[in-house]
Ligand binder design. Structure first.
Ligand SMILES: Cc1cc2nc3c(=O)[nH]c(=O)nc-3n(C[C@H](O)[C@H](O)[C@H](O)COP(=O)(O)OP(=O)(O)OC[C@H]3O[C@@H](n4cnc5c(N)ncnc54)[C@H](O)[C@@H]3O)c2cc1C
Length: 467
């Protein structure tokens, strides 16, 4: 007899584990199934957390090397990559174990193994660790199986020379030369890490701009800053082939005018996107519908074409971000429990954790133009912010966009120190339907980076004080 639950969640990433906890909090007997042997999904194991650990440590390394310029003599600064990697692994391990504790604390039953559909209400778990099979049944099933990296046609990741982001997080030595295919946020974060640690980094991008989808003015500034940091960009170049030797590779590219360029390197990071992961779920036997990109189709309540089955996170449409996945986890749990769970997709921030950071929320100028919405813009540069000046971290600016008539904030785009933290203020403002004047009239502590937000808001009506 299968063990009976009220809800089963397949996948223990930010979407799945958060959903399972919320379901249990709402009184449903819940199971969460995870196949990788550790909870936390891509985010905790091979995504957000290890990448931020390496971004932080590599930035510390770079800063330490430059401290003498600021009057602090620390002697010879040397890199111990093994220790740096151990530090990253420690952060991952503490956090994944923390999630296991949270499941226990919230009385969620955790199954280690790969789940697949046996019927519309039954899940078979193949436990590779204990070498056994278990069958569970439930009234409601939530699919939260996330996403996996995609490669270029015919090129396989070996994670030694041809890397996905997972391989780029685990290199045993600093490559002399690294080619990154794709100028999206994951590639640029990893490029920053290895460039700071000493690699010569080349980014090959098919488009004429990096970070597609980002406000174009910010994207241009970002490209300028990354170039200044030493990363080399090959814009409007298409990768045609990658030839691998035993210890290196040659990336053959062609520009828009047909000119060919070969770049030799030690490693190639292919960072051209991720795809929904539905492999091995046995979705055919229940006739669950997927869209043209093989993502699971859901309605606004995260329900699939089958009445008792829901899907959330990277496996459905929308930005592939951990906080979007978490919010969907909470919303779907509340819907299943008869409440009105909801995610506001207009206020999901996106952050790139480079130095300086890049953060964005709401509409870009390009989107507003496209939608024929009239808008006003306020901008303020960190070079006029006293805190940024005091610590000599003045690159970048804040840009706030509001409705021309109502002044309601429609979006904000930042590049600069702590942009990833600063964006939260705009998120709250937008959730409350604030105008740029509301932000401008809010007292901000001095001296803080957040004063740049206030000044940008003042600048929407051309009354910034410090510029
Ligand atoms: C290098 C990198 C850096 C990133 N940095 C950020 C960042 O800074 N901020 C941010 O917001 N996002 C970041 N992301 C994206 C973020 O990791 C994802 O958006 C997020 O993890 C999606 O959560 P999820 O729960 O939908 O899927 P996942 O985290 O992918 O979790 C799905 C889980 O389901 C499991 N699973 C799959 N199939 C089965 C099955 N059949 N049975 C049981 N278990 C199964 C998988 O093993 C996986 O653990 C990053 C991603 C990468 C790769």
């Amino acid at each position: 007899m299968p063990e009976k639950f009220q809800a089963i969640v397949i996948g223990g990433g930010p979407a799945g584990y958060v959903c399972a906890i919320r379901l249990s909090q709402l009184g449903l007997k819940t199971a969460c199934i995870e196949s990788r042997g550790a909870l936390g999904g891509t985010c905790l194991n091979v995504g957000c957390i290890p990448s931020k650990s390496l971004l932080n440590l590599s930035e510390e390394f770079k800063k330490a090397k430059n401290l003498s310029k600021k009057g602090i003599e620390v002697g010879d600064v040397k890199l111990n990559l093994t220790k740096m990697m151990q530090n990253k692994e420690k952060a991952v391990s503490v956090l994944t174990k923390g999630v296991e504790f949270l499941l226990k604390k919230n009385k969620v039953t955790y199954y280690k193994g790969k789940g697949s559909f046996k019927s519309q209400n039954e899940i078979l778990i193949e436990d590779n660790f204990k070498k056994k099979e278990v069958i569970l049944s439930a009234d409601k099933i939530v699919i939260a199986t996330g996403s996996v990296p995609v490669s270029l046609n015919g090129i396989e990741f070996d994670e030694k020379i041809i890397l996905s982001s997972t391989g780029a997080l685990n290199l045993e030595k600093v490559p002399k030369k690294m080619v990154i295919v794709g100028g999206g946020y994951i590639g640029l974060e990893m490029g920053s890490v290895w460039s700071r640690l000493g690699s010569e980094v080349h980014v090959v991008e098919f488009l004429d701009h990096i970070t597609p989808g980002l406000d174009r003015e910010i994207s241009k500034e970002f490209l300028k800053i990354l170039k200044k940091q030493g990363i080399q960009f090959h814009m409007e170049h298409k990768v045609e082939t990658i030839k691998k030797n035993s210890l290196s590779a040659i990336v053959s590219t062609r520009d828009k005018n047909g000119n060919k360029k070969d770049i030799d390197c030690d490693v190639v990071l292919i960072s051209v996107g991720r795809k929904a992961n539905t492999s091995g779920l046995n979705l055919d036997i229940i006739n669950l519908k997927l869209d043209e990109k093989k993502r699971i189709i859901t309605d606004k309540n995260f329900k699939t074409n089958l009445n008792n089955i829901y899907a959330i996170g990277d496996v459905i449409s929308g930005p592939m971000l951990a906080h979007k996945a978490e919010d969907e986890g909470v919303a779907v749990a509340e819907n299943i429990a008869g409440q009105s769970g909801h995610v506001n997709y207009d206020t999901i921030p996106g952050v790139i954790y480079t130095s300086p950071e890049v953060a964005s929320i709401g509409k870009t100028e390009e989107q507003l133009k496209n939608d024929n919405i009239n808008y006003k813009i306020g901008k303020f540069s960190f070079s006029a912010n006293s805190r940024a000046k005091a610590i000599d971290d003045t690159e970048g600016f804040v840009k706030i966009i509001s409705d021309e008539k109502t002044d309601r904030v429609l979006g904000a785009h930042l590049i600069g120190p702590h942009a990833g933290e600063l964006i939260a203020e705009i998120g709250v403002a937008m959730e409350f339907g604030a105008s740029s004047e509301d932000i401008a009239r809010t007292c901000h502590a001095h001296p803080t980076f957040s004063e740049a937000i206030k000044e940008a808001a003042l600048s929407v009506d051309k009354r910034a004080i410090h510029s």
